[in-house]
Design a protein around this ligand. Structure first.
Ligand code: GLN
Length: 186
């Protein structure tokens, strides 16, 4: 199993470290798309990430790979990148910088479906403002959806790579494993 981490800007090194801790091989994607078993789109700044992605010609290959079923984990800006207004692969609309000035960055702990209570670090984070019927909301903070899954796509508004808790990454890796065991042709 090899997982690609989009490394155009933002917090990609922390995801790399987390996967190393879990014994998973990674490759940093900057210019060329590679054939991999899964993809992580990290936090950062979605406007810059979008611009660099287009400049590097990564927008279409990446979008197509996700539509073809490649498992993807999007965290914070990565959640925004997958929504209807960006890569348009997931049936969600993200609200950017959604927590106001004082609450721009904060830590909390909340229930995550199927996992239990997990620590959550928010940094000028979005939340999911609207989600289509195929989207399963996995966690909410103060009534706002902050994590969700739709088929091969898993998103969190918080940064699981910035805590010592590896369970969100493990959930993603289990999606990767079950997708590669999947015999249904795509
Ligand atoms: N505020 C950033 C954006 O709108 C996301 C912040 C993050 O990824 N930590 O893209």
């Amino acid at each position: 199993m090899k997982i690609a981490i989009l490394a155009l800007q933002g917090a990609f090194a922390e995801h790399e470290q987390m996967l190393r801790l879990l014994g998973v091989e990674t490759t940093l994607i900057r210019e060329h798309w590679e054939d991999v078993s899964g993809l992580i789109i990290p936090g950062g700044e979605s406007t810059s990430m979008m611009r660099i992605m287009r400049d590097e010609g990564l927008f279409e290959p990446l979008r197509q790979a996700i539509l073809d079923g490649l498992p993807v984990l999007g965290t914070c800006a990565g959640l925004i990148m997958l929504d209807r207004n960006h890569l348009d692969v997931m049936d969600i609309t993200a609200r950017r910088n959604a927590y106001g000035r004082q609450l721009g960055s904060f830590n909390t702990e909340e229930e995550f479906a199927g996992i239990g209570r997990v620590p959550m670090t928010f940094i000028r984070a979005p939340y999911i403002e609207e989600a289509g019927p195929e989207v399963e909301i996995l966690a909410t903070v103060e009534g706002k959806a902050v994590a969700a899954r739709q088929k091969n796509m898993l998103v969190t508004a918080f940064h699981p790579e910035l805590t010592a808790d590896t369970r969100i990454h493990e959930l993603f890796l289990s999606m990767v494993t079950s997708s590669s065991n999947d015999s249904i042709p795509r």
